[in-house]
Design a protein around this ligand. Structure first.
Ligand code: IPE
Ligand code: IPE
Ligand code: MG
Length: 252
């Protein structure tokens, strides 16, 4: 149990998920990959509501990586369409659950209609004080870090910062999600054990959970299983187990 003082199972405040396996789920049914992505949206809705009901503060979902442009144009186009339709259909659900939606990643590459819809739903949910739902779309961990380095370089160029004053705290301020706690729990469905250029900076001390379950089959029961895995971890942040037992948990 990673929070011995509370007496209850410790809950992550921030969960980050690579939602993988839609294509294989569809193929196993003799269906087109698009059907798998549609089923993936239903799983996403279940998990968003599960997080909202469990008072989890932040949920970050990998929806489209900077590498996913390499897929066949037909699949990329149908995903863009699916994002648009899903944003349209799910705004009411987000508001009902008090969810505040934000996209992270380079959205400039998306079709203008999708960019507009993203900005609109972000605006419509901005006042919600419940779950912070971050959708990583055209996101890459290396892009994120490179972008932060560019911002810092601009500060130096403008004479507002000295190179020797750049430290981890300053760097952290410029990567995505700096205003939220770093993910406590990372989940990847679909059987692969890799990070695939997701939150490289932010996952430095995150607990990693992998399951073979394909994303469209992921549900509340599976989510609770991941939460139990998390509750069983001892987060040491470099210290010894004995130190953590004496001093209590808590990050560095
Ligand atoms: C994840 O499922 C969804 C996206 C990357 C958009 P995949 O489409 O990668 O599913 P598999 O890995 O082919 O089964
Ligand atoms: C990672 O899944 C990206 C998303 C879930 C959006 P992929 O299925 O694209 O990952 P790789 O390329 O197999 O590692
Ligand atoms: Mg995949």
């Amino acid at each position: 149990m990673n929070d011995p003082e509370s007496g209850t199972l410790a809950r992550p405040q921030h969960v980050a998920i690579i939602m993988d396996g839609n294509g294989r789920w569809a193929r196993a049914r003799g269906e087109d990959r698009h059907i798998g992505h549609q089923a993936g949206v239903r799983a996403t809705r279940r998990v968003v509501e599960a997080c909202a009901n469990r008072q989890i503060a932040s949920l970050t979902l990998f929806a489209f990586s900077s590498e996913n442009w390499r897929r066949p144009p037909q699949e990329v186009n149908s995903l863009m369409e699916l994002f648009l339709v899903t944003l349209e259909n799910e705004t009411a659900m987000l508001n009902r659950n008090d969810v505040c939606l934000r996209f992270i990643g380079d959205r400039a590459a998306f079709p203008p209609a999708l960019q507009e819809k993203i900005a609109m739903v972000e605006g419509l949910t901005a006042g919600n004080g419940g779950l912070r739902l971050n959708i990583a779309a055209n996101y890459g961990g290396r892009w994120d870090i490179t972008h932060a380095a560019q911002c810092l370089a601009q500060e130096v160029e403008a004479g507002r910062l000295r190179a020797q004053d750049i430290d981890e705290t300053r760097m952290h301020a410029y990567v995505c999600l700096a205003d939220q706690k770093e993910p406590d729990l990372f989940i990847r469905t679909g059987g692969e054990r890799r990070i695939s250029n997701f939150l490289l900076w932010q996952l430095a001390y995150t607990e990693l959970y992998f399951t073979d379950t394909l994303w469209p089959d992921f549900d509340e029961t599976e989510f609770d299983q991941a939460l139990r895995y998390y509750a069983g971890r001892q987060r040491r942040y470099g210290r010894t187990g004995e130190q953590v037992e004496q001093e209590g948990g808590g990050d560095v």
